[in-house]
Structure formats: structure tokens, C-alpha cells
Design a protein around this ligand. Structure first.
Ligand SMILES: NC(=O)c1ccc[n+]([C@@H]2O[C@H](COP(=O)([O-])OP(=O)(O)OC[C@H]3O[C@@H](n4cnc5c(N)ncnc54)[C@H](O)[C@@H]3O)[C@@H](O)[C@H]2O)c1
Length: 321
């Protein structure tokens, strides 16, 4: 099967991630069927799709007419057979648990053609393990999205030890065709690429705050109004490329080397976030929120609204919306 032949997509598991994938696929004019195990979950997915569409309308991404058309086009079902029988691609977004995912694999395989590609949204489980009892493990891959997948372009593609390279290529092309930015992991790595990078940064936030160098608020400001602005445009290596002037990143690293090696020697290298840091971080965030206006978010709801509004503007600049 070729990537452009993927026209019907089934979203199996319609929670936080599943609903958002369903919405994105519908926005890309694919036929979408949403499956979950009970009516409440399907109703919640419908409500979340509606609310996300309202945000997209408010930010001039979609017209009201287009949004109504999309909403009507999505099919919801409690029947796995109906959900997957005609799909060329199935996106599994069930709970992050091997037993449940394996049970889902068994169910999905019962009703689907062997041509169908089955993708897991898993944040860190191994594809090899998820499909260890599968009849056709070669058509299973991981496609890890970032929340919310209907906005964030990154998809980390992971393989199991029996995944076919053809399936990886077709999936990569499919995500590219629908406007995503897929990257394929060359080998399995816990936490994939992006969560590891995020956690390396957060370990340092944790250490700086615990040592009393800065507050949570100042660490947030440092990232938001400093390197975060550049990272929203290009990756850290390209930033260093410019930092090195005519000598590029090689020159920048050479130049920073002696100092950077001293910082590195002094930086956190712990292997576990200290348990007590959860409360320290929460108290720091509570203080930070008191110093913000509602316009830029000072509680969870206004913060999420501000994040989505700014994200949409940034995505427009990247020609991703
Ligand atoms: N939440 C995130 O930020 C995030 C980001 C990237 C990837 N993920 C991954 O996406 C997957 C889903 O996470 P989520 O946050 O959407 O979880 P969630 O709890 O919001 O949703 C899971 C959904 O699966 C349904 N479900 C349970 N058993 C099922 C079954 N047997 N068949 C079909 N559906 C079933 C539940 O009813 C629920 O609607 C997980 O693997 C998670 O690791 C989550």
C-alpha cells in the first residue's frame, strides 16, 4: 500500500490523545471512525472535539461551516469490527499498559485486513512487546505524538523488532503528506527523543531551584524569554550554528568548550527526580501564577487558552496550520 492510498483511519481509544488525532485526521479530509469501550468515553471525545473546534474557529484556523462539516463527518462506534474493517490505518490510543494494549491488538487483528498498518500512540512501551502475540507484527509501529496531536507537528516513529521497513516508510510518508513532522528512531530508546531532551532540561531546573539559585518562576522566564523563543523557530544545533558566526557550530562548541565543561562538571546528573521536588515545583508554580494576568494565563483554564492561541500563531508562522 502507498501512503496516498490511506484514506480511512480508525482511532481506537478516544481519550486525550485519541480524540485529538481523530480531529486532526478529519481536518485533513480523511474518513475517520472513532472507537472506545463505552458510550461515556465516546461522548467525552465528541465534546472535546467540539471544544477544540471552537478554539480553532476563534483563532481563524477554520470557518464555522467547515467545522460543522468536520464534526458531522466523524463516525463514532462501540463496535471494534465496524471501527477497523475498512481502515487502511488504525491508531491505537488506549491506556499505557501492555496487557490492555495486547488485548486491543488481538481484537483489532480479528477484524482488519493484513494490509492495514497499525500504529500505537504509546509514550514509551516497546512495540516489540505490544505486538508480541500479534499474527502480523510486521505492520505494527509506534507513532508517538505530542499533546495535543491536532496542533503539535512532531511524530516520533518507533519500530518493533519485526516491523517491516516498508511499513515505516509508508507511515513516514503518510505523516508527511498530512502535514506532520515525523522522525524515525534508528533504534529503540526509552522515552524516545523529545521526552529525554525535555527531562534533561527539567533535571537542571530542579537542581537550580533546589540549590537556591533561582525560583521556578525565574527558571520559566529564563526559558520562555531566552532560548525558548529561539527553539520555537529552530533546534539547538542550528542555534549554535549561528552562535559560532563564520565558524559555525564547530567553532561555537570549541569556543564554549572550556567554560561549558566547567558548567557540565557542576551540573545535575541525578538519576531520579527527588520525591520532595513535586511539592516544591507546585508551590513555585502557584506563586508564579499569582504574578500573571488572566490575559496570559493565571489559572489552568486561562493558561491552556493562552498556550493554544500562541501555539496556533506560531504554527501559522511555520506554515503548519
Ligand atoms: N496524554 C498525553 O500527553 C500523551 C502524549 C503522547 C502519547 N500518549 C499515549 O497515548 C495513549 C493514550 O493516552 P491518553 O492520555 O489519551 O489516555 P486516556 O486515558 O485519556 O485515554 C485512553 C482511552 O482508551 C480507552 N480504552 C480503555 N480500554 C480500551 C480498550 N480495550 N479498547 C479501546 N479503548 C480502550 C479509554 O476508555 C479511554 O478513552 C497512551 O499510550 C499514552 O501513553 C499520551
Amino acid at each position: 500500500m502507498q501512503a496516498k492510498e490511506i484514506r480511512e483511519v480508525s482511532c481506537v481509544g478516544a481519550g486525550v490523545i485519541g480524540y485529538s488525532w481523530a480531529l486532526y485526521f478529519a481536518m485533513k479530509d480523511l474518513s475517520v471512525t472513532v472507537y472506545d469501550i463505552n458510550e461515556e468515553s465516546l461522548q467525552l471525545a465528541k465534546k472535546r472535539i467540539h471544544e477544540s473546534l471552537e478554539t480553532l474557529i476563534k483563532n481563524n484556523v477554520l470557518t464555522k461551516e467547515k467545522s460543522e462539516e468536520l464534526e458531522k463527518s466523524i463516525i463514532y462506534t462501540l463496535s471494534m469490527e465496524e471501527a477497523v474493517r475498512n481502515a487502511q490505518l488504525i491508531v491505537e490510543s488506549g491506556p499505557e499498559n501492555y496487557d490492555i494494549k495486547r488485548q486491543m491488538v488481538e481484537e483489532m487483528e480479528k477484524y482488519t485486513s493484513i494490509e492495514t498498518i497499525i500504529v500505537s500512540s504509546t509514550s514509551g512501551l516497546l512495540i516489540t512487546e505490544i505486538c508480541k502475540n500479534a499474527k502480523h507484527p510486521e505492520r505494527f509501529i509506534g507513532a508517538h505524538p505530542y499533546n495535543p496531536p491536532h496542533l503539535i507537528p512532531l511524530v516520533e516513529i518507533t519500530k518493533g523488532d519485526k516491523t517491516s521497513e516498508v511499513v515505516v516508510e509508508v507511515a513516514k510518508e503518510f505523516y508527511t503528506l498530512i502535514g506532520k513532522e515525523p522522525i524515525v528512531l534508528k533504534k529503540e530508546a526509552l522515552g524516545f527523543i523529545c521526552n529525554r531532551i525535555q527531562m534533561a532540561l527539567y533535571r537542571e531546573v530542579c537542581d537550580l531551584v533546589t540549590r537556591g539559585v533561582c525560583t521556578i518562576e525565574d527558571a520559566d522566564k529564563a526559558v520562555t524569554y531566552g532560548p525558548g523563543l529561539r527553539w520555537g523557530i529552530m533546534g539547538p544545533s542550528l542555534v549554535f550554528q549561528l552562535g559560532g558566526g563564520q565558524y559555525g557550530i564547530a567553532g561555537a562548541l570549541k569556543h564554549m568548550g572550556p567554560s561549558a565543561n566547567m558548567w557540565l562538571a557542576d551540573m545535575a546528573d541525578f538519576k531520579k527526580i527527588p520525591d520532595e521536588f513535586a511539592m516544591i515545583a507546585q508551590e513555585g508554580v502557584n506563586e508564579e501564577l499569582k504574578n500573571r494576568s488572566a490575559e496570559i494565563g493565571n489559572d489552568n483554564a486561562s493558561l491552556a487558552e493562552y498556550r493554544d492561541k500562541m501555539l496556533i500563531e506560531l504554527l501559522k508562522l511555520h506554515h503548519k496550520l
